[in-house]
Design a protein around this ligand. Structure first.
Ligand code: AVJ
Length: 314
């Protein structure tokens, strides 16, 4: 999302404050939501097409395979509330299989939502559209028009894996409060597997994920008055077996100082900025997390190779 564009973008001062907060911490980090400016959204779209990045195509395959099961489990006339709806490809599978009367795509990328709205206006006229440009991690007020409809939450992509477990539980609890206790939630969850598969999925041979990660520094240079030299930072993706997560970092290749919004940020050679976690689960570990958030796992599905999973929570 091109932050700074439109009233809904966080004010520059919020963006700069969050950036400085992360970069002045003892262990430097930046929030993964910073990835998604226009260039970042385009790069993420390219990532989903990469041979090494299996999650998107695997989840789409599962959704197509379970569409018939879902039709028997979701009440007619439902409102589909999608968290992190950068494109409608996955929701369109649900529109085709379920009797959905309304669609509430929630995404921080204002530009992506506008494009999605114009695409959907022609392809799914029967579905009432209520896009919400917001950071879905914050509490969301649903439109009054869907108040009486059965709610199906949708949180694909294993974006739940971007959250540390306590935050994931808090988010799932918040979704239950927003949608109501009679709602269901369809959620995509990436499964733990060999680092031989996981690491290349986040460090592809073509360097697209490296460009996606480094683009965060380009965004800081543009929007936080910074002077990062991208040639002095390197993309790193590592498997943390203790935490069961892929970590993405930007490593400073030399000892250096960088100006950010008038402040001097010092880096030791080898010091990193931690930019993202992608937690990976077993079916059982995810069920435990969902249960701690007050949900019941009604159904779980995986692909034949058990790379990815989709769960219907109620
Ligand atoms: C969009 C957060 C699900 O964690 O796999 C892709 C983002 N990061 N490649 C993920 C991402 C590096 C993706 N999510």
């Amino acid at each position: 999302m091109p932050e700074g564009s439109g009233a809904l973008a966080p004010a520059r001062s919020d963006f700069v404050a969050e950036a400085l907060n992360g970069l002045t911490a003892p262990r430097k980090s930046l929030p993964p939501k910073f990835f998604y400016d226009d260039a970042g959204c385009t790069l993420f779209g390219a990532i989903t097409e990469l041979p090494e990045y299996y999650p998107t195509r695997t989840e789409l395959g599962i959704l197509r395979d379970i569409a018939g099961d879902l039709a028997a489990l979701v009440p007619p006339g439902a409102a589909l509330v999608e968290y992190g709806a950068s494109d409608e490809a996955k929701a369109a599978i649900l529109f085709a299989a379920l009797d959905v009367d309304a669609y509430v795509p929630i995404d921080i990328a204002h530009q992506a939502l506008t494009a999605l709205k114009s695409r959907l206006r022609w392809s799914h006229r029967a579905v009432a559209l209520h896009p919400i440009a917001a950071d879905f991690l914050a509490p969301v007020k649903l439109p009054a028009a869907i108040g009486a409809m059965p709610k199906l939450g949708f949180f694909p992509g294993s974006t739940i894996g971007n959250l540390d477990p306590p935050d994931a539980i808090a988010f799932l609890r918040q979704v239950r409060t927003t949608l109501g206790v009679c709602a269901s939630l369809l959620i995509g969850v990436d499964l733990e597997k060999s680092p031989d598969i996981l690491v290349p999925a986040y460090d592809d041979a073509a360097g697209v994920t490296a460009a996606f990660n480094l683009n965060m520094l380009t965004r800081l240079n543009r929007e936080a008055d910074a002077d990062f030299d991208l040639d002095l930072f390197a993309h790193r993706a590592v498997w943390n077996d203790t935490a069961k997560r892929i970590e993405m970092h930007l490593e400073s290749l030399v000892a250096q100082s960088v100006r950010v919004a008038g402040r001097t940020i010092r880096f030791r050679a080898g010091e990193t900025i931690h930019t993202e976690n992608s937690y990976k689960f077993s079916i059982e570990r995810f069920a435990g997390l969902a249960t701690r958030a007050g949900w019941h796992v009604a159904r779980s599905w995986t692909d034949a190779e058990r790379l990815f999973s989709v769960h219907l929570l109620s």
